[in-house]
Design a protein around this ligand. Structure first.
Ligand SMILES: Cc1cc2nc3c(=O)[nH]c(=O)nc-3n(C[C@H](O)[C@H](O)[C@H](O)COP(=O)(O)OP(=O)(O)OC[C@H]3O[C@@H](n4cnc5c(N)ncnc54)[C@H](O)[C@@H]3O)c2cc1C
Length: 508
């Protein structure tokens, strides 16, 4: 039992980061008699984007006790089986980054090593044929496996698309039901304690002051509290050169596909995120290469349905805060840095930030060793994601100046080592803080044209006929499993159609 426990937490900001933190901490610190207050300004609003996720969000939902179908219905959500990349290697080419795994490991080496050997023996079937996620996605199929589902579903995985503002509202309901107090107000000043430089209190524009033992900076790109501590920022634009996004929703034109689409453009890329009530679109681009008008024209010329409003411009600098946790302030969400939305990793980083905070939870004195370890882990996580994102930009064969410049960049040594190993023998180096594992790296390496010259010699142990039979058998099982799923839309209609279920959650 610590003598001087944290008795009050102030969360500054009520976007996705603020409300995720409020919902999680109010549940997990329920026995700690710790007051949690969230202050946000409706006048300032939230960034309003951030609608695609990756599978670990399921763990966050479980932690909160969220009913998956209720959550999807309440947020106008759909299911996401992966990301389709269009034109990233070169114009006209496309590939799919599936969640879940390719095939099932057998024999002494990884599945893809057997596939590489089969390919060397003349088998022309693409690796995609062994991904249940890929097979389901391109047939617009989806279902949530049950304990009775065939074993092949152990290779299947999914995440969600949702309306960002409905997601924040959903989390707010959970948090307020668990005792979080919300204060409407504009933070005008951050006051530091003389002596140790901890944040003592914040002052709102109407003069109210709010003090706490621990502060979570969830104020988005502004990073108000973190800036007050002057921790500095690592700028990664030399590797991730996009610095603007224009976002605009459009009307739905058909059934929502169970995947995000990312289409390369002249100096960036365009996203398409299908929701139940509309489709989210955005153009992420490099302002040094094209103007905002050109970027807007490209975005609007490539919408599937009628636009709903005018494109909204967002400015950012890719990179991270030097210290996400400093003194008694922990920055979460955009306040802690932003890598860009290409692989939908920001909401995930909020989630891991919360779980790291709980692992290293301080007392009122905030031992700097806790912050150091938190920051060390956060840095490693971000660097691993950065490398994965950089791969998409660097390994391209496109012909525009922006893309040629990307292809000519000096990539981080950690990424160069991974690429060199894969090129030589198809092996994938995994590091402890890697968020993306074998299947993700395989999809993007092969999709971007990084091809191994050889395979693991341990894959040579099977006789060619035996290898062919095992691969064909797996392929058939996957094909049948995908074909037997209901359509994505039918699944939504049956289980989680917006409006057909309780609109907002009950705290469990
Ligand atoms: C173009 C783009 C696309 C993205 N796409 C994805 C995606 O697909 N998937 C994904 O995981 N992530 C995505 N992200 C990131 C994602 O949007 C954010 O991680 C997420 O929304 C969390 O934002 P936030 O809560 O940190 O900030 P915000 O949403 O900006 O919230 C900040 C909060 O702080 C409050 N605030 C700020 N200043 C003050 C003040 N002075 N006084 C009082 N309150 C204040 C605001 O009112 C607001 O409540 C994307 C980001 C961008 C820019």
């Amino acid at each position: 039992m610590t003598a001087d426990p944290v008795r009050s937490i102030l969360i500054a900001g009520g976007g996705t980061a603020g409300w995720m933190a409020a919902a999680a901490l109010s549940k997990l610190l329920a026995q700690h008699h710790c007051r949690i207050t969230l202050v946000e300004s409706d006048e300032i609003g939230t960034v309003g984007v951030g609608e695609a996720t990756i599978p670990p969000i399921q763990l966050f939902n479980k932690l909160l006790g969220v009913d998956e179908r209720e959550f999807v219905a309440a947020t106008q959500g759909t299911f996401k089986l992966g990301i389709e990349f269009v034109g990233w290697r070169r114009e006209g080419q496309r590939y799919f980054h599936p969640f879940g795994r390719y095939g099932d490991d057998f024999g002494p080496t990884a599945f893809h090593q057997h596939w590489l050997r089969a390919r060397a023996l003349g088998n022309t079937t693409p690796l995609d044929a062994w991904s249940l996620n890929h097979q389901a996605a391109y047939r617009d199929r989806f279902e949530i496996p049950t304990p009775q589902s065939p074993r092949v579903f152990s290779t299947f995985s999914w995440a969600y698309h949702f309306d960002a503002s409905l997601y924040a509202r959903y989390l707010r309901c959970l948090a307020e039901a668990r005792g979080v107090e919300r204060i409407e107000g504009w933070i005008a000043d951050v006051v530091l304690r003389p002596g140790d430089g901890f944040v003592d209190h914040i002052i709102l524009a109407d003069g109210r002051t709010l003090a706490a033992d621990l502060f979570l900076d969830c104020t988005g790109f502004r990073g108000l509290l973190t800036e007050a501590l002057g921790t500095g920022y690592d700028d990664w634009t030399r590797w991730l050169p996009c610095d603007r996004a224009l976002a605009v929703p459009c009307a739905r034109t058909g059934d929502p596909e169970p995947f995000t689409r990312s289409t390369a453009r002249t100096a960036g890329w365009q996203w398409r995120i299908p929701l139940q009530h509309r489709t989210g679109n955005g153009h992420v681009y490099c302002s040094g290469a094209i103007s905002a008008d050109e970027a807007a024209a490209t975005l609007l010329a490539n919408l599937a349905g009628a636009r709903e409003g005018d494109p909204r411009l967002l400015r950012f600098t890719t990179g991270r805060r030097r210290k996400a946790w400093h003194r008694n302030v922990v920055a979460l969400g955009l306040a802690s840095g932003f890598l860009e939305p290409l692989e939908s990793t920001s909401i995930h980083l909020i989630q891991t930030g919360i779980s790291k905070l709980l692992s290293w939870f301080p007392d009122r004195h905030c031992d700097p060793r806790l912050a150091d370890e938190y920051n060390r882990q956060a840095d490693a996580e971000m660097e691993a994601i950065r490398d994965f994102l950089v791969l998409h930009y660097w390994a391209n064969e496109r012909d525009e100046p922006f893309w040629r410049q990307c292809a000519a960049m000096t990539i981080p040594d950690s990424l160069a080592a991974k690429v060199a190993m894969f090129r030589a023998n198809g092996r994938l180096i995994e590091r402890p803080h890697d968020l993306f594992h074998e299947a993700s790296w395989l999809a993007v390496l092969l999709g971007q044209g990084v091809d191994p010259a050889a395979h693991d010699p341990l894959a040579d142990t099977l006789a060619p006929q035996e290898l062919a039979a095992v691969l064909a058998g797996m392929c058939q099982v996957i094909d049948q499993a995908a074909a037997a799923m209901p359509s994505h839309q039918a699944f939504i209609d049956r289980h989680c159609r917006a409006g057909a279920r309780t609109a907002m959650p009950l705290a469990r």
